[in-house]
Design a protein around this ligand. Sequence first.
Ligand code: SAM
Length: 166
Amino acid sequence: MSRLDSFIRRLMAQRTCLNHAAQEISAVPGVVFELGLGNGRTYDHLRDVLADREIFVFDRQVAAHPDCIPDDDHMIVGDFSDTLPSAVKRFEGRCALVHADIGTGVAERNARMALYLGSILGPALAPGGLILSDQEMAIPGFTAGLLPTDVPSGRYYLLCNEAKGS
Ligand SMILES: C[S@@+](CC[C@H](N)C(=O)[O-])C[C@H]1O[C@@H](n2cnc3c(N)ncnc32)[C@H](O)[C@@H]1O
């Protein structure tokens, strides 16, 4: 497989996962967190498939395509370790979906970030809420969800908050 083939497959799998998660949260009210604006591709897709949701985007910098930059109220700039603690408090139990696309080429850094995100994100999630991530995470009270069969194993990970609503 050429590098072009592999790149295309990676992005197709990402889109498949985003579409799947968007459908899975159709009965879960709440906002969406997008961790990692990057150049805005997945943010742009999420706002397309989840047009009726408020999406809060987190990144240490804003370097996206100009058409894909959230307004100031929805773009939260800073390191995740500085911005997420207050966002998790603010949206406690009211987040229907977190999408985290935060991988770098450095496996150790990715593992550290996955540990950190797993330690902090849980309380933000609504009952039935989902975390879709390019990194594997574990959170007590959350179970691994199934992704569509055409997504290669280890490409993306889904976690579901098993807490029941009141
Ligand atoms: C792979 S890119 C995201 C790509 C994006 N989903 C897209 O489709 O264009 C990862 C992003 O996460 C951000 N990021 C990684 N670690 C971070 C951290 N600790 N705090 C804030 N942002 C971080 C980087 O600045 C980068 O923009």
